[in-house]
Design a protein around this ligand. Structure first.
Ligand code: FCB
Length: 437
């Protein structure tokens, strides 16, 4: 499987709304996801994150599982509406206490906390004021970042700002498949993209003033191939939106030519300078290769599964070599401007069940993870500086619009009882971490 550089971190990733539950406890107010889940037809199984994995109560058990696994790092996200429940912006100590206890427990288990400030659960009060369509939401985000940094800044190992800006922009604001469920055209929607980028930049600025720890940006990548002969233009445009729209301004301070004119109405002097503030790590979330088809709709393209690939339960095409291509491609495109990389999420959904002996065997996940770690080591051997690999996810959890129908965990969760059962992939990852080979 290849060697891992000294200090290389094996980890896991989760996010607040997907695991915490306790949606109305200790002062937390609704986020856009709480609201969205209540609209009929939005979530495949009609579920919500009200209880999810009940991690808010079972966090000690979950930290113990991670300690047993032996991971070096755990990437979690903070729920903004737990920390600032209303428009007054006053910090909610009970919400902050939860994360403070969690961070302490991780450190006691020698697990480095990697904290993402925003993983898509915008407070409903921010949305009600206009959400990411408003420029000053970036200021609200900076204020929130300052509150979290003041409380956790002495202990967090690595900070990250916003998880996957592209998905939140595209699924939440163009296609309406995710909260807040908007279907803006591209001309308006790109305002959301710009404001997310500004929020990232403002948060980096705040964190630099408050903490000494490294800061990581996190975006997702998926190589885009045309679905059929006539789809080349659509695939190229999709590549601009997913793979370059957010990366280029952050890493080199420019918007891709293809969309620069559409972004001009939103962009003020020095915005791009702020957005391009230097980072310490660049997080790559990678799951699949996408095929793109041209369609006659306001957003003139659609993502479909490419032909000839094994598909996971999510219908996502398995392509380990796509990960190598993404990692090497970033290095080629951005050169010296690219900070050291972390594979900040990868994983797969399979219909894992508990068998008659009480075990959960998930050989397909082991195959998937082994192949993707191999693909990453290929990039390392090609000279790409990669510092970590985080599996999505610790637990089966609330997979957004798919509800509880997609299991991504190394640990099986029985959602009626909350019972956790480590899968065979857990044991496999444990031994990989232990032997580092
Ligand atoms: C990523 C998200 C994460 C999870 C995985 C499967 O795009 O960041 O929350 O849903 O997909």
């Amino acid at each position: 499987m290849g060697d891992f550089p000294d200090g290389f971190q094996f980890g896991l990733a989760t996010s607040a709304y997907q695991i915490e539950g306790a949606a109305a406890l200790d002062g937390r107010t609704p986020s856009v996801w709480d609201t969205f889940c209540r609209k009929p037809g939005t979530i495949a199984d009609g579920s919500t994150g009200d209880v999810a994995c009940d991690h808010y109560h079972r966090w000690a058990e979950d930290v113990a599982l991670m300690a047993d696994l032996g991971v070096d790092a755990y990437r979690l996200s903070v729920c903004w509406s737990r920390v600032q429940p209303d428009a007054g912006g006053a910090p909610n100590e009970k919400g902050l206490d939860f994360y403070s206890r969690l961070v302490d427990a991780l450190l006691e288990s020698a697990i480095q906390p990697v904290v993402t400030l925003f993983h898509w659960d915008l407070p409903q009060w921010v949305q009600d004021a206009g959400g990411w369509r408003r420029r000053d939401t970036a200021d609200r985000f900076a204020e929130y970042a300052a509150v979290v940094a003041a409380r956790l800044g002495d202990r967090v190992g690595t900070w990250s700002t916003i998880n996957e800006l592209f998905e939140h922009f595209a699924l939440g604001h163009l296609t309406g498949e995710h909260a807040p469920g908007l279907t803006l055209g591209l001309a308006d929607g790109l305002g959301v993209a710009h404001h997310l980028l500004l929020a990232h930049g403002r948060a980096v600025q705040v964190l630099r003033g408050e903490v000494d720890a490294p800061i990581m940006g996190i975006t997702s990548y998926a190589p885009a191939v045309p679905s059929a002969d006539g789809d080349h233009t659509a695939a190229q445009f999709y590549d601009v939106l997913q793979n370059r729209l957010f990366t280029e301004p952050i890493l080199q301070g420019t918007y891709p030519d293809e969309v620069a004119a559409l972004l001009a109405p939103f962009t003020r002097d020095r915005d791009l300078e702020l957005i391009a503030a230097p980072l310490d790590y660049w997080g790559v979330n990678y799951y699949s290769v996408n095929a793109v088809r041209a369609v006659d709709r306001p957003i003139p393209l659609e993502v479909v599964a490419p032909a000839g690939y094994h598909l996971t339960d999510s219908g996502w095409a398995v392509s380990p070599s796509g990960l190598t291509d993404v990692l090497v491609g970033l290095r080629e495109r951005y050169g010296e401007k690219l900070p050291p990389l972390v594979v900040s999420e990868t994983g797969c959904a399979y219909a894992d069940t508990i068998d008659a002996t009480g075990q959960c065997h998930d050989p397909d996940r082991v195959t998937f993870l082994a192949a993707h770690i191999d693909a990453m080591t290929t990039a390392i051997r090609a000279g790409v500086d990669i510092r970590g690999f985080y599996v999505w996810s610790l637990l089966d959890n609330f997979e957004w619009a798919q509800g509880y129908t997609r299991r991504f965990g190394l640990v099986h969760v029985d959602f009626s009882t909350g019972r956790r059962t480590p899968k065979s992939s857990f044991t496999w990852y444990q031994s990989l971490i232990d032997t580092r080979s």
